[in-house]
Each structure stands twice: as structure tokens, then as C-alpha cells.
Write a protein that binds this ligand. Structure first.
Ligand code: ADP
Ligand code: MG
Length: 399
């Protein structure tokens, strides 16, 4: 199976404005840390070196808790893939992690393994990384539809991973597990004897998800796993992931450019623009009462899954060239509410009064002279997303 990073042509490079890197303030986060599984602090990634460097991930903070689904949304080019490749150490040159921390908490706090079972992902050796990859953290890459070996039957993919990581399993047991895994993603046993080209795109993607779940990982990262599929299949796979998360209790980072997909799956959503987190909120709050004009634009670009279909207005213009980021707030040239200040000062990500939300936008700076547009001031819904009301029953210990 290929773990290769999709590479894109380098954008034209030129020095970036220096102020935009240093002025960002880490978000104060109101939450408990007891059940943290992944902690990312002040994390930055560049492509290229020195004067030629472009910043693809800019001082990002995020936490993932046990059994939580964290959604990451943003248009293509906003740094979503770069962020997760870098965290999982799959980033290839010319990508370089230029700052920050990424820590995996593998033991349950308060247990015998407790806080000792912590892995500094950026300092981890390749051996340490191999030990946790697939078994603790698995990732379905954006290019997953072509990630299966074309000359191997599907059974070999399961054989390979189970043989390597579950040495105590017999051949018969591996077969039973492969059938069980396929069943979990709605595929029949007969798929095992097939080659990838004999499966539909949706079936191949389900196989990839089954492989990602094969070793009962604690954290599953899905990078646009359904983007290449038709909407009906997308929807089915999202529902299956929702179910699987509920029964198996793994945490998940789900990346997509389509916010409407995330709303039902994610507990919390982080919105990225030009490498920066511009808004972070519980999924229902973000969907029903966005605070950042970019989030509002994204919502109006994707059709709702349920309810009335409003006319899609989208966001004017296109994402910026990272080598020529606009001054101030990177979004200001496309923002219908931009003020003078937005062109010169970069807004920090600030926690808002209503708990659990942060936004990087001068409209929310409590300046009495600024009239906050009504669409960005809707009351935060009280409704808890359905996925948070479920009781998770982990099927195994967290070791
Ligand atoms: P997303 O996943 O949100 O679409 P990416 O993380 O793929 O965004 O890309 C973020 C930015 O980094 C883009 O502007 C892209 O052009 C740039 N980038 C991605 N890969 C490379 C690379 N190998 N070399 C240079 N720039 C890259
Ligand atoms: Mg991507």
C-alpha cells in the first residue's frame, strides 16, 4: 500500500510578509485535558527553505479527545492535508515542520500506564512511528482510491497488515478478522478474492477504511475519504463511519472541503484558511451560527443535507497564493464585511464568550463602533449534536 504524499507543483515563490507569522496568538482553550489523545500546539509547516519558503500551516493549535470526531474544513489549498501529514510524520520534502509540538497520549490518564504513555510525534524515531502507525493511529490518505496495490487481491492487504502487527494470529484467524472488517464497512466476504480494479470506487474506499480499522487504532485520520465518490455513496460511507465510531469508540479527524458533510459526523469543527485556523466550534454551533465570514461563505457554498435548499452563493474570488499572502487578515480581499483594520492587522484566534468557540476576526473584537452583521451573531444553538449524545463503549483497553 502506498503511503506516498501527493505532491503538487510548487507555487511561484517570493518572500512572504514577515508580520503574518509572528503576530498570531495561541488560542486559550476551555476544556478538560483528561481524555486528550492528540495535542497539537503552535504548529507550523513550510514548503521550501529561507526566502523561498511558503507557510502552508500557520501556528495551528488543536486537540482531539477520546471518541471525538474533529472535522477540519477549508477550501482546497488551505493546508489541511499538510497539517495531518506533518503531524503523522508522513510529510515529504520540500515540506518542513518549522515549529510547534504534536503529542500523542496513548494511555488513559489515571490508569497504571497513565501519563507515561505519551509520544512526542516530532521527536519520535522511525521505529517508534512504525509501532504506532496502523495500530494506534491510522490514516486514510486523500489519494486512497489508488492506494491499493493493483496486482494484489484484497485479501493480501489484510494479510499483510495483520501478519506484521498481530503475530499471534493464525492464517485462519486473519481470514476471520478480514471478513469481520469487510462486514463492518458493508462488504461481502467474496470481495476478498477480488483485485482493486474489480471494485467500484466506493468499495475500494470502504476497503481502505476497513484496513485503517484493522488493528483497532485509537485515532483514525481520514483525509477527504469520500471526495471522489458520488453523493449517495458519500452519504452511506459517512453514516457507516458514524456507526463505527459509536460502536468502536475511536477518535477521528475527518478532513473535507465540504462543510455540509461534516456537520452530521463531527463533534467539533476547525475551519482553516490559507494555513490558519479561522474558526473553531462545536459542529452544530458552527453550522447554525457561524462567526467567521469565511465559515459563512463555506456554508453557503455547500448544499445542506437536509432541509430547504437555499440558493448557493459561494465565496467570491479564490484562495490566495501562499507566496503572496494578503496583509492583515488573509481573507480580507474576499470578505464582504472587511474593514480598514482587516487589511493591516492579522486577527488572533480568540475564545468567544459562548463556551467552546474561537474565531479569528476583527468583527468580534468587542469594538462598540463595529456593527456585527446579524448573520454572524445568531444565537448559539443549545442542541447537542447527536454524535455527542451517544454512549461510547470502547471494545478494548487503550493500550
Ligand atoms: P488542502 O489539503 O487543504 O487542499 P494542502 O495541504 O494540500 O491543502 O496544501 C496547502 C498548500 O501547500 C497549498 O497552497 C499547496 O499548493 C502547498 N503545497 C502542497 N504540497 C506542496 C509541495 N509538495 N510543494 C510546495 N507546496 C505545496
Ligand atoms: Mg488536501
Amino acid at each position: 500500500m502506498s503511503e506516498s504524499l501527493r505532491t503538487e507543483p510548487l507555487p511561484s515563490l517570493s518572500p512572504r510578509p514577515v508580520d503574518s507569522v509572528t503576530s498570531r496568538v495561541a488560542a486559550p482553550v476551555v476544556e478538560t485535558t483528561d481524555d486528550l489523545i492528540l495535542e497539537v500546539k503552535d504548529f507550523s509547516v513550510d514548503y521550501g527553505w529561507g526566502e523561498e519558503a511558503v507557510r502552508a500551516v500557520n501556528h495551528v493549535n488543536l486537540n482531539v479527545h477520546r471518541s471525538q470526531v474533529l472535522g477540519i474544513a477549508g477550501e482546497s489549498g488551505s493546508g489541511k492535508s499538510t497539517l495531518v501529514y506533518a503531524i503523522t510524520r508522513l510529510l515529504r520534502a520540500p515540506g518542513i515542520i518549522t515549529g510547534g509540538e504534536a503529542t500523542l497520549h496513548l494511555g488513559e490518564r489515571g490508569t497504571a500506564q497513565g501519563d507515561d504513555n505519551v509520544l512526542d510525534l516530532l521527536a519520535a524515531t522511525q521505529r517508534e512511528l512504525r509501532k504506532i502507525r496502523w495500530s494506534q493511529v491510522s490514516i486514510v490518505l486523500q489519494s486512497a482510491l489508488n492506494a491499493l496495490d493493483p496486482v494484489q487481491r484484497i485479501s493480501s492487504e489484510f494479510e499483510e497488515i495483520l501478519k506484521t502487527h498481530r503475530r499471534d494470529m493464525s492464517r485462519a484467524e486473519r481470514r476471520v478478522r478480514a471478513v469481520e472488517l469487510l462486514g463492518m464497512v458493508g462488504l461481502e466476504e467474496d470481495r476478498l478474492a477480488r483485485f482493486p480494479h474489480e471494485l467500484s470506487g466506493g468499495q475500494r474506499q470502504r476497503v481502505m477504511i476497513a484496513i485503517a480499522l484493522a488493528l483497532d487504532p485509537q485515532l483514525v485520520i481520514m483525509d477527504e475519504p469520500t471526495t471522489a465518490l458520488d453523493v449517495v455513496t458519500q452519504r452511506e460511507i459517512i453514516n457507516e463511519l458514524h456507526e463505527l465510531r459509536s460502536t468502536l469508540g475511536f477518535a477521528m479527524i475527518f478532513i473535507t472541503h465540504d462543510l455540509s458533510l461534516l456537520v452530521e459526523l463531527a463533534d467539533e469543527i476547525v475551519v482553516m484558511y490559507a494555513g490558519t485556523v479561522v474558526e473553531r466550534a462545536p459542529a452544530s454551533a458552527l453550522y447554525e451560527a457561524p462567526r467567521h465570514p469565511y465559515t459563512l461563505g463555506l456554508l453557503s457554498s455547500s448544499p445542506p443535507l437536509h432541509g430547504p435548499r437555499n440558493e448557493l452563493t459561494g465565496i467570491p474570488g479564490s484562495p490566495p497564493d501562499l507566496s503572496r499572502l494578503p496583509s492583515g487578515c488573509s481573507f480580507h480581499p474576499r470578505c464582504p464585511y472587511a474593514m480598514e483594520r482587516c487589511a493591516t492587522e492579522e486577527p488572533p484566534l480568540r475564545t468567544l464568550d459562548d463556551s467552546g468557540r474561537s474565531v479569528a476576526c476583527w468583527l468580534h473584537d468587542d469594538d462598540p463602533s463595529v456593527a456585527l452583521p446579524e448573520v454572524l451573531a445568531r444565537a448559539t444553538p443549545l442542541r447537542v449534536p447527536t454524535s455527542q449524545t451517544k454512549t461510547f463503549v470502547p471494545t478494548r483497553s487503550a493500550s
